[in-house]
Design a protein around this ligand. Structure first.
Ligand code: FPP
Length: 252
């Protein structure tokens, strides 16, 4: 199957929301204040996706490595997640947003897990925006879990080792039911993927900004979209092939 050409707006946007801590430190405030401001910026980003007709938004809220942060900061983030789940889910449902979580949710407390399950169940039928929160997520862990699932199939005799290919592994990583992200945005000035969607970002356009996440606004997001619209996505082919229509304009 040919890969998809760049749609005018990304079908799927993936975001690393970096810079909350520095935003607070610059104001001589505790880091948790930055995370609270970051939670407000999440709403700016969701509003933008709804207005622009972006079908899926995946936000990196907490990495598998973030558990190693000081206990006080992890505790504050957990409280923030709990409050956000209590406060925002009804409104997201009203706006026809489907909410979903990826990552190792077994590491969260029972009350957070229960709210995650409830948010997913309540919003399961919504189709306007697919909002994915990556929490206790790691890209390597995602691929390792997919490999384990395939190994289990082989051990049970339902799959032969020679049947394992990109499609088989790709079907077992997170978000296999969504188009891969067309555009990745990272705020906060660092130029790296930080163990986010390693498999899924293979041909994603990357966009970085020095702006700290709590300072996010629609103008900045529009700048990223304008830049994305100017990029030629070749998926390993040549410009001439792309111009000749070798890349389909259909979901990957
Ligand atoms: C990275 O900034 C941000 C995080 C580890 C947490 C992200 C959480 C939020 C945006 C708040 C709530 C989210 C939801 C989905 C309700 P950093 O702390 O690494 O910043 P720094 O690089 O400046 O230290």
């Amino acid at each position: 199957m040919s890969p998809a050409a760049s749609p005018p707006v990304p079908r799927h946007l993936a975001v690393i929301m970096d810079g909350n801590g520095r935003w607070a430190e610059r104001r001589r405030r505790p880091r948790v204040i930055g995370h609270r401001a970051g939670a407000r910026a999440v709403n700016v980003c969701i509003d933008f996706c709804l207005e622009r007709g972006i079908g899926a938004l995946t936000l990196f809220a907490f990495s598998s490595e973030n558990w190693g942060r000081p206990e006080e900061e992890v505790g504050a983030l957990m409280k923030l997640f709990l409050n956000a789940l209590d406060r925002e889910v009804e409104e997201l449902h009203r706006r026809q947003v489907r909410v979903r979580f990826i990552g190792d949710r077994a590491r969260f407390s029972a009350d957070i897990r229960a709210r995650m399950d409830a948010a997913e169940a309540l919003t399961a039928g919504n189709t306007r925006l697919h909002l994915v929160i990556a929490a206790s997520y790691g890209g390597r862990q995602d691929i390792a879990f997919a490999a384990r699932a395939l190994a289990t199939e082989v051990a049970a005799g339902r799959l032969r080792p020679e049947d394992i290919d990109e499609a088989a592994l790709g079907a077992h990583v997170a978000l296999a039911d969504l188009p891969p992200p067309d555009l990745f945005i990272r705020t906060g000035g660092d130029h790296r993927i930080s163990n986010f969607l390693l498999w899924q970002l293979a041909y994603t356009e990357l966009w970085f900004t020095d702006v700290l996440w709590p300072d996010l606004d629609a103008t900045l997001l529009q700048r990223a979209l304008d830049d994305f619209a100017r990029r030629e996505r070749r998926f390993g082919l040549t410009s001439a092939q792309v111009a000749g229509g070798a890349i389909e304009d259909s979901p990957a």
